[in-house]
Design a binder for this molecule. Sequence first.
Ligand code: GLN
Length: 232
Amino acid sequence: SAVAAIKAKGELVMLTNAAFPPFEYLGDDQQPAGVDIDVAQAIADELGVELKVVDMEFDGIVPALMAGKGDIGAAGMTVTEERLESVDFSTKYATSSQYMIVKKDSDIATKDDLKGKKIGVQQGTTGDIYATDEDGENGVEAEEVLRYSNAMGAAMALMSDKIDVVIVDELPAKSIVAENDSLKMIDEKLTTEQYAIAVKKDSDLTAEINKVLDKLIADGTIDELILKHTTE
Ligand code: GLN
């Protein structure tokens, strides 16, 4: 069993992309910190093992899990039908939406204005999927979707006018806007999403994770962690 193997090696390996505050970011000591790291630590504690955090590209997390290069993917990861074909998900522990970030003087005010625009996203995220709009159901019709390795990279491109808008999850969007005076968030939810921890399919680890998560959700710890890592 996966749980027995983790206990035997004495280590829970968490795959993440530490550029997604408050869920994961690099702290002052350049070590990954955030809600997901604290949750993974609680899971490791429950199993009686050490936590090892591996920082990687977001779109590499699911393939790496499938290849057995880690035990859990905890990265503000939205549960999607497509990902469910490759991995299992834990209990959902947070709700989010995609939002638009623009320069304060932008002519983009609603999602209808995305037509003909250059949209920046983080590669392989639900923001990427929304902007790319493969089946046309979002009516985006962008001129181009430019993919960056993290949302901050997309925001830098926005500040230097290489793109017109960034589409990214709510709390990272708030964090980016809070740190960059020339940017604002548009108050329109583009999607409704829920975050969960990804696990290799049919693993006995999922039930262990859910046991810990159910408690952290019920006693308000998740909400507290979001607040703590937002104000830090
Ligand atoms: N929630 C988004 C997704 O799952 C973005 C996650 C991230 O960039 N860490 O695709």
